[in-house]
Design a binder for this molecule. Structure first.
Ligand SMILES: *[C@@H]1O[C@H](CO)[C@@H](O)[C@H](O)[C@H]1NC(C)=O
Ligand SMILES: *[C@@H]1O[C@H](CO)[C@@H](O)[C@H](O)[C@H]1NC(C)=O
Length: 394
């Protein structure tokens, strides 16, 4: 007996999680799918139907948001849509839809709402309401909750070397809805961040930033995602404290995850300096299309070839573009002769992991001499965002 009761109770609970219905004996009864999820900008259908089926053509059908019965998002009555009271933000985006492929539509009692171009503001509850002028049919209603999702960018990892072989790892990602979860891990376990912060941009999408301290020589992964969607991950293997080749002081940032190509800038700086010397000693001509690397290196490197396009209008006070050529601006560089991401320029595409090879033309007439004209293998990696730019050799 107890087991049977349990069964009935469970069945009832399961039923409730899928459909809800307010039974009015002999009257109209609507059923809905209680939860619907749609990606921002896409079209979805909020299913609502009469059971037992009957034509809804002669009925009043009203879809409204909570507390907006009088200004519905869709209102159908006397066999036509009543647009005068319709909420403006839904105008042109709503119509009757089909709850499934086999549905016979309105004449078979399908009251589903088809919603186009879902926006973040569309997220929330919707009531499907139907009523009849016939007193024995009455009215009924049920609610559908709509989740609107948006996938954000791949996480961007950056690292700052601290004392005692510790590294401050930061992870950030933007453009999510609703609030994404962010998870850190190393090869073995889940790591707890020191800080996890969310903020909203002007279009209502969420930005997440988190940091933690890890020991160097570990592999760290940051995963950002929303439920029921494939999460996005960035992973980096930290090595011991990097030594800059220029021999300058080591304090500073290293960043992975590149939108920026500071390597270009290093070349730019070298180029600029060499050019000054070179001007006196004559010109060395290099064909711009000529491969810069020795053949054997090139054959390996070219597997990772990417065609990077530089930002045509860098908003960087330390750089300028003249006649299509990137130059240092004539000014004092706060970081001195060192090349840092202060003098970086954005390129497209960006990458956050893997190996990539691109070539930098140093101009037709004044290439840097000899073997110094190409940097191979190691690259500059940096990370710029509104709060500043950080860089280091790795
Ligand atoms: C949906 O959005 C697209 C692109 O923003 C637009 O061209 C189209 O007209 C919109 N459709 C509706 C029904 O609002
Ligand atoms: C780690 O870096 C973040 C910026 O990403 C910064 O806000 C935080 O204070 C740093 N923590 C330490 C201990 O340096």
């Amino acid at each position: 007996m107890g087991a049977l009761m349990m069964h009935v109770w469970l069945a009832a609970a399961l039923g409730v999680s899928l459909c809800t219905a307010a039974p009015v004996s002999g009257g109209l009864q609507v059923f809905v799918t209680t939860h619907v999820s749609v990606q921002r900008g896409h079209t979805t259908t909020l299913p609502c139907w009469l059971n037992p089926p009957q034509s809804a053509e002669g009925l009043e059908v009203r879809w409204f948001r909570p507390d907006h019965f009088e200004s519905p998002i869709m209102f159908y009555r006397e066999e036509r849509f009543q647009d005068s009271s319709q909420q403006a933000s839904y105008m042109g985006r709503v119509s009757f839809g089909l709850k499934d492929a086999a549905s016979g539509g309105l004449t078979a009692g399908d009251l589903s709402l088809r919603l186009q171009n879902a926006t973040i503001e569309d997220a929330g509850d919707y009531t499907c309401y139907v009523s009849s002028d016939l007193s024995d049919q009455g009215y009924d209603r049920a609610s559908v909750s709509l989740t609107v999702t948006e996938m954000g960018t791949s996480p961007l990892l950056s690292a700052e070397w601290k004392e005692d072989h510790m590294v401050n790892m930061s992870c950030e990602s933007e453009g999510w809805y609703p609030e994404p979860s962010l998870r850190w891990s190393d090869q073995k376990q889940v790591l707890t961040p020191e800080s996890l912060k969310y903020s909203k941009d002007s279009s209502g999408l969420l930005f997440v930033h988190s940091w933690l301290l890890v020991s160097s020589s570990t592999e760290v992964s940051c995963t950002v995602g929303i439920s029921n969607k494939e999460p996005k991950e960035a992973r980096v293997r930290l090595e011991n404290h990097p030594q800059p080749e220029s021999g300058s002081s080591a304090a500073g940032w290293v960043a992975f995850a590149l939108l920026l190509i500071a390597m270009l800038v290093l070349l730019g700086v070298l180029y600029y300096k060499k050019r000054e010397k070179k001007d006196k000693s004559g010109n060395v001509h290099t064909d711009e299309n000529h491969a810069l690397l020795p053949k054997e290196v090139l054959s390996t490197a070219s597997k990772f070839y990417v065609n990077v396009t530089l930002d045509k209008n860098p908003t960087n006070q330390y750089l300028r573009i003249k006649n299509g050529i990137l130059r240092d601006a004539q000014c004092d560089f706060p970081d001195g002769e060192k090349v840092t991401c202060l003098t970086a320029i954005k390129g497209t595409p960006g990458f956050s992991s893997g190996q990539h090879y691109w070539e930098v033309s140093l101009g037709k007439k004044d290439p840097i001499v000899g073997s110094q004209n190409v940097l191979v293998g190691r690259s500059y990696k940096c990370n710029c965002h509104p709060s500043g730019c950080f860089s280091k050799y790795i």
